[in-house]
Design a protein around this ligand. Structure first.
Ligand code: A3P
Length: 284
C-alpha cells in the first residue's frame, strides 16, 4: 500500500494535464504572473523530442552572452523570484502547451523555438524514460504504456494537443518549428535556420564547429565524463542527465510497435493532424 501511495504521489493533474511532483501546483498556478522580458527566448518541446540537443546548440550559438535556465514549470513557487534575478538574455525551456504559457510571453511577443519529433519515436523514447526514471510511475508493459500515450495520460499530456496548441497560435508570437529528423539529416542547415531566426551572424566554419560539438556521440561522451550540475538540465523530468542520451536515432519505433498498434496510432494521427499545416513537415 505504501508503494501505491508513493506511486500516485509522483504525478498530479493540473488543468487536465499530468505533471510530475517536480512541478508544484503552486508554481503552475503562479506562472501566469510571470514577468517576461522582450528578449526572452523560449525553447519549447514535448518531452523526448530533442530538448537537450537544441539547448546545447543554443549554448554554442550564443557562447557566454545568455543564461540558459531550467524549465519554467520546474520547481516550487520560488522559481518566479529566482528567474527574476537571472540576467538577460534568458533562454527558457518549457514543456508547457501554448494555453498554459504565461501571458506576458504572449503580450511581449517573445520568440519561441519549437522542436518536433516523429511522435512514434517520441513515444518510444518516453517509454524508456518512464522505465529508467525513479521520478515517474512504474510502467508494467509496453502495451499498457502505449495505451496511456494514446490517451494522453503521460507526463505533459497528449503529444497531439501539445503540438496543435502551438501550431494554432504560431502567428501570435514568432515561432520557429524545427524537426528532429531534419536535424539528423542536415544539422548545419538547421543551425543556419536558427541563426537567421535570431539574427545571429555566423560563418559556415562556426556552424560546422557547433555541429561537431552537438553530435549525439559528443554530447553523450561529455555527460558520461561528468554528470554535471543537476540543476543545469533543461529537462523538467529528471536531474540525471545520463538518462537523456539513449540511442538518438530515427525509426526506433519499428522495434516496438505491433501492426495493430501501428494501425491505431495512424488512425489517431490522421484524425488529429488532419487540418495541421505542420503535419507535412513531420517525418512520419
Ligand atoms: P532516444 O531516447 O530516442 O535516444 P529530450 O532532450 O527532449 O529529453 O530528448 C531526448 C532524446 O533526444 C533521446 O532520444 C536522446 O537520445 C535524443 N538526443 C539527445 N541529444 C541528441 C543529439 N545530439 N542528437 C540526436 N539525438 C539526441
Amino acid at each position: 500500500q505504501q508503494q501505491m501511495a508513493s506511486q500516485t504521489d509522483l504525478i498530479h493533474i493540473f488543468n487536465g494535464i499530468p505533471f510530475t511532483s517536480r512541478s508544484s501546483a503552486d508554481l503552475l498556478k503562479a506562472l501566469n504572473s510571470f514577468q517576461a522580458r522582450e528578449d526572452d527566448l523560449l525553447l519549447v518541446s514535448y518531452p523526448k523530442s530533442g530538448t537537450h540537443w537544441l539547448a546545447e546548440i543554443m549554448k554554442h550559438l550564443y557562447t557566454s552572452k545568455v543564461s540558459l535556465t531550467s524549465p519554467i514549470e520546474f520547481g516550487d513557487v520560488s522559481k518566479l523570484e529566482e528567474l527574476s534575478h537571472i540576467p538577460s538574455r534568458r533562454i527558457i525551456p518549457t514543456h508547457l502547451s501554448y494555453d498554459m504559457l504565461p501571458t506576458e510571453f504572449k503580450v511581449k511577443k517573445c520568440k519561441a523555438i519549437y522542436i518536433v519529433r516523429n511522435p512514434k519515436d517520441t513515444a518510444v523514447s518516453l517509454f524508456h524514460y518512464y522505465r529508467e526514471n525513479p521520478n515517474l510511475p512504474t510502467i508494467e508493459t509496453w502495451q499498457s504504456y502505449f495505451d496511456m500515450f494514446l490517451r494522453g495520460e503521460v507526463v505533459c499530456g497528449s503529444w497531439f494537443d501539445h503540438i496543435l496548441s502551438w501550431e494554432e497560435h504560431r502567428n501570435e508570437i514568432p515561432t520557429l518549428f524545427l524537426y528532429y529528423e531534419a536535424m539528423k539529416k542536415d544539422l548545419p542547415k538547421a543551425v543556419r535556420k536558427i541563426s537567421t531566426f535570431l539574427g545571429i551572424n555566423i560563418s559556415d566554419n562556426e556552424i560546422s564547429v557547433i555541429c561537431k560539438k552537438t553530435s549525439f556521440n559528443e554530447m553523450k561522451m561529455n555527460v558520461e565524463k561528468d554528470n554535471g550540475d543537476p540543476n543545469h538540465t533543461v529537462c523538467a523530468l529528471t536531474s540525471n542527465k545520463k538518462l537523456i542520451f539513449r540511442k538518438g536515432t530515427v525509426g526506433d519505433w519499428k522495434n516496438y510497435f505491433s501492426n495493430r498498434q501501428n494501425r491505431l496510432f495512424d488512425e489517431l494521427y490522421q484524425t488529429k493532424m488532419d487540418s495541421s499545416h505542420l503535419a507535412k513537415h513531420i517525418t512520419y
